[in-house]
Design a protein around this ligand. Sequence first.
Ligand code: FES
Length: 56
Amino acid sequence: TVVCECLGITDKDLEEAYKNGARTWEDLQQATKIGTVCGKCKGKSLELLHEFSHIY
Ligand code: FES
């Protein structure tokens, strides 16, 4: 599923970043550049971070 429409970043991309140590929105941005265009993907990204914290 695409989370960031501007950059085509998917939930799998964010999951990979999480596994590599990203724990905050800023971490995800450094890892993937997510949210650097319109920023509307931030809310969904934070939800996913929360989900990953339960899975891993
Ligand atoms: Fe992510 Fe626009 S949807 S920057």
